[in-house]
Ligand binder design. Structure first.
Ligand SMILES: [Mg+2]
Ligand SMILES: [Zn+2]
Length: 196
């Protein structure tokens, strides 16, 4: 499944360990959904987002953002503005000791029938190809039917959180999803070790 040679971090000898990848939706999942966010200063982390991302990082997950941004197709903002937003997001995360391994964006509208707009699995399959991991080495965490659809279409387990910012005072669902992701992958890896 991993045709390309993959990079592993050097924290410990992981030569026999599978990868762990968290595919993470942006709006309503790790940041409050502002609906077509077009201002870098409008980024606000969702409850539990930083704690959950740290938990995933500490459990060895690569953090990969996969986000539908049809605001580009709709003309609400352009790709350069989205780049500024993601630069700011990266620096806000860096201030928390967190790093995204990659960001995948679908800039298309719902009528364009592209392969990347969730619930299509295109961003997930691109990440698998680019980063060298298989469906059972990943989880997808998101807040929408489209997220869960993309996960199912790619054969990846989807973990759903309550949409941050849409229900006031939402609990730290991202943290809970991160905990479940850690347990799930540990169980799966244990099962693989035992299979031999
Ligand atoms: Mg979302
Ligand atoms: Zn697309």
């Amino acid at each position: 499944m991993n045709e390309s040679g993959e990079l592993r971090d050097g924290l410990m000898d992981q030569s026999a360990a599978p990868r762990r990848v968290a595919l993470i939706d942006r709006d309503g999942t790790i940041i409050v959904d502002k609906v077509y966010l077009r201002d870098p200063d409008g980024i606000e982390f969702a409850p539990g987002a930083i704690e959950g991302l740290r938990l995933l990082r500490d459990a060895g997950f690569a953090l990969v953002l996969i986000t539908n941004q049809s605001g580009i197709a709709r003309g609400y903002f352009d790709a350069a503005r989205l780049e500024q937003i993601h630069d700011r997001l990266r620096s806000m995360l860096a201030a928390e000791g967190l790093r995204l391994e990659a960001i995948y964006v679908c800039p298309h509208g719902p009528d364009e029938k592209c392969a990347c707009r969730k619930p299509a699995p295109g961003m997930v399959t691109s990440a698998m190809r680019d980063l060298g991991f298989g469906p059972d080495e990943a989880v997808l965490i998101g807040d929408s039917d489209a997220d869960m659809g993309a996960a199912a279409a790619a054969g990846v387990v989807g973990l759903r959180v309550t949409s941050a910012g849409k229900s006031a005072g939402a609990p730290a669902d991202f943290l809970e999803a991160a905990r479940r992701a850690r347990v799930l992958l540990a169980e799966r890896e244990g099962g693989q070790a035992g299979r031999n």
